[in-house]
Design a binder for this molecule. Sequence first.
Ligand SMILES: Cc1ncc(C[n+]2csc(CCOP(=O)(O)OP(=O)(O)O)c2C)c(N)n1
Length: 459
Amino acid sequence: MGNESILDRMETPADLRRLTPAELEQLAAELRSVILETVSRNGGHLSSSLGTVELTLALHLVFNTPKDCLIWDVGHQAYSHKLLTGRRNLFRKLRQTDGCSGFQSRIESPQYDVIGGGHAGTAISAALGLEVAARRRGDDARAVAIVGDGSLNCGISLEGLNSVEESGAPLVIVLNDNRMSIDHNVGALPSYLNRIISGRAYGHFKALAKTMLRKVPDLYRSVQKIEEATKSVFLPGGLFEELGIRYLGPVNGHSIPDLVRLLSAARDSRRPVIVHVITEKGHGYAPAAEAPERYHGVPPFDPALGLRGSGRMTFSRAFGETLTELAETHSELAAITAAMASGTGLTGFAERFPERFFDVGIAEEHAVVFASGLAAGGMHPVAAIYSTFMQRAFDPIYHDVCLQNLPVILALDRAGMVEDGPTHHGIYDLAFLRAMPNLTISPRRMKMNCGRCCIGRWR
Ligand SMILES: Cc1ncc(C[n+]2csc(CCOP(=O)(O)OP(=O)(O)O)c2C)c(N)n1
């Protein structure tokens, strides 16, 4: 075998199933090196894709792709999936004309990317739809949703989870938990997941206690009854169990044998299952593992030197600095972001005014309705959201801000054409916002004292 590239020999994921454990490890290293080399040349999403290499291999080993479908939430972590599904040549031109999209794409691979992505929170609902349709066709094809801990917070993900049990479909959800969104994760759900992970010590203690109690059968039976009754409190994943979804994990997301074992159990389960996989964002490239938020989406850079700060003044930076300055004199001014604090230039504001800064996670609808509540309560909220993601909040802008005629400022970043392609272009905002009543649209200019609903839009 020597130094021959295994990746070059891969034609379809079926080839994977003939590899030895050592060859799979070598393939994981090769995938990481191709991803790093390509992204550092073309720009793209780096740390998320480096973290999912072993998970991707294990998924293609356990599931019968392409008959079984893998639906990656957002799709920015699916570079290994692309490389293993016949797109090696396209991948060389990642995010370039005639090259690979940065996300899953139906146009690019109707077989392996059955539903495309780009906006967060869609995988669970899409995979559930595929599962239900397959059962209806009388087909045993499976659909697997792979969702990050950040995207699990999305309204759509939670709506999807709410429907799983009732659908009767044995959906497999893989929760790829790297404890990060783009920035650090926020909210109650990530804290819950962290408690599960750190609760492993409790598991060891429980096993020891059980061994000792077995020596006193009556006492053991009583403890079992109590445990059964309180299982949602003590057992890891009790929240999911309560929703009718069997919880498996947590499992080391960089161990292929462990992943294969747990994913096989999930595949064979008759009930819906969530497999809690712990990965490290940026795994295998030290600068990205140490600063995963900086390496989430990157411009071209030299991997030997790592990313260098450009020091360039951008609209986002100017916006963040101006807002922070205004907040010094406007004590009721508040800033809201939907998981894009650094992208919208708000990290300085968050440090200076933590009590007036709200990162609500990937929840654009909630961000806008929350802003309307703050405004009705006498505050001056500014919700800074990328143009493309503001599409999620079409109705809250209409129903909760404009119809109420509340003084909310919506600051739209990345308007116009952007490098991430059609899922991310900010080209519809003027079209849908011009239809809103009571709304002032001011391209590139913010009127802090206008006392009305107001949109600032810039790129
Ligand atoms: C609706 C929407 N809002 C914001 C984004 C921007 N965005 C892309 S990836 C990401 C973080 C996703 O976190 P997670 O699901 O945990 O995946 P990870 O990158 O950590 O693997 C965000 C906020 C998006 N894609 N879609």
